[in-house]
Design a protein around this ligand. Structure first.
Ligand SMILES: NC(=O)C1=CN([C@@H]2O[C@H](COP(=O)(O)OP(=O)(O)OC[C@H]3O[C@@H](n4cnc5c(N)ncnc54)[C@H](OP(=O)(O)O)[C@@H]3O)[C@@H](O)[C@H]2O)C=CC1
Ligand SMILES: CC(=O)N[C@@H](CCC(=O)OP(=O)(O)O)C(=O)O
Length: 374
């Protein structure tokens, strides 16, 4: 069986990566490609690497063009996609169609309208099923509840890329009750090295080569990044206590086109630091969630052998995440790392996994499971 898929925001980075994967998906036929200012141009002008789609004409983003497809992937600026998804739903109701809608933007991720208002400010568009199949729910040691939800939904919100890296790094320790997230515990701290493509393709002075090459640039410092409530939301789903609400999050732009390396530290419980082998205790929880090195487990999340560290280079171009956890006896903390490609596991691969689950086909169909090196 095949399904038609349209991509809105096709000329952007996230839309382009979704198309790269869809073009190789055996059960997807690519339909309308839409955008805004670039409507009327050919896709090859924007994505010369997408050879099979180079001659396709970019259309305006209009609900009537999108709603006739089986699947619509939206990769639009946040705030824009909420309006477009509402228009597609209205058009689909009128036409008697029921497209699977997958939004790569932030508009449908947050379940708390107040968190949306505090960090985004535009009208709240409502929460959809969260497109992270590996998200652990409280009480789970391997992920199944989120997969079940995605298999039964027609509306999917793809996670933010920084959120994905932090959540995958830390959630096994939360779900196993090994991290101290009690109300008075020290804050969880996340510092991320992030690549430029996370900021989208539009021209920004701080992203020109003259400003960015050879320089590391922190941004959204001091509790202001809009991904903070989304990370907290995930950690609470995984079973965190209210202390997880005091997440200290600092992203730093570094000179690479793609990639995120998240380093997350959190205090461990007394059960961990009083144990004979805290490292083994921590690693066991991560291995249970994802599978240990060389073992079966999550197909796209790899716990590395002890003492080896995730790198962005090893996951570039793929849908993989690599993770590691170490015990810091001086800080009485777990140091947890995760590397992803922001456009891979951070966007398009997560969208494709969710699409596959919702259509009832094997979850990793079309997802790239090997990196590119050097
Ligand atoms: N880049 C990343 O790593 C990640 C991005 N995302 C999310 O994906 C979405 C897209 O991001 P990204 O690809 O980086 O952004 P880009 O700026 O690269 O692309 C934006 C796309 O949206 C189109 N567009 C802009 N405004 C409108 C509008 N009002 N109506 C219709 N189309 C519009 C643009 O068309 P045109 O070229 O014609 O202007 C372009 O195709 C965002 O919500 C982003 O937050 C999520 C995770 C990671
Ligand atoms: C480098 C850079 O600017 N990165 C973006 C992350 C983009 C992302 O995750 O997308 P959403 O907008 O869909 O949440 C940021 O930090 O805001």
């Amino acid at each position: 069986m095949t399904w038609t898929a349209a991509v809105a925001g096709a000329t952007g980075y996230a839309g382009g990566e979704a198309l790269r994967l869809l073009a190789a998906h055996p059960q997807i036929e690519i339909g309308a490609l839409t955008a805004a200012s670039s409507a009327g141009t050919q896709l090859g002008q924007h994505h010369p690497h997408l050879a099979s789609l180079a001659g396709r004409t970019v259309e305006p983003t209009e609900a009537v063009r999108l709603a006739r497809h089986d699947v619509v992937i939206l990769a639009l600026p946040h705030g824009a996609s909420g309006e477009v998804t509402a228009a597609i739903e209205a058009e689909a109701r009128a036409a008697g169609t029921d497209p699977l809608l997958i939004d790569c933007g932030a508009d449908h991720r947050l379940t708390d309208p107040q968190a949306w208002a505090a960090f985004y400010g535009s009208d709240y568009a409502g929460a959809w099923s969260y497109g992270m199949p590996e998200l652990l729910h409280a009480g789970e040691r391997t992920a199944s509840a989120q997969r079940a939800e995605l298999a039964a939904t027609r509306r999917i919100a793809v996670p933010g890329c920084n959120v994905t890296a932090v959540t995958l790094a830390a959630q096994p320790g939360i779900a196993a009750g090994l991290l101290d997230t009690s109300p008075d515990a020290p804050a969880i701290t996340a510092v991320l090295a992030v690549g430029y493509s996370g900021a989208g393709k539009s021209l920004k002075p701080h992203l020109t080569a003259a400003e960015a090459l050879g320089s590391a640039q922190p941004y959204a410092v001091g509790g202001t990044h809009r991904h903070i409530p989304e990370i907290t939301q995930n950690l609470l789903v995984a079973g965190a206590g209210s202390g997880a609400g005091r997440l200290a999050f600092t992203p730093v732009l570094v000179p690479m086109s793609r990639g995120i390396l998240a380093t997350v530290t959190a205090p461990v419980t007394s059960a961990v630091h009083d144990s004979d082998d805290p490292t083994a205790m921590l690693r066991q929880a991560w291995a249970q969630a994802y599978g240990g090195p060389g073992e079966d487990g999550e197909a796209l999340i790899h716990l590395l052998p002890q003492g080896t560290w995730p790198t962005t280079g090893a996951v570039a171009g793929s849908g993989l995440a690599t993770v590691q956890v170490a015990y810091d006896p001086v800080a009485r903390a777990a140091t947890m790392l995760c590397a992803i490609d922001n456009l891979g596991k951070g966007t398009a691969s997560a969208a494709l996994q969710s699409l596959n689950l919702a259509l009832g086909i094997p979850e990793t169909t079309g997802v790239i499971t090997e990196g590119v090196a050097p």
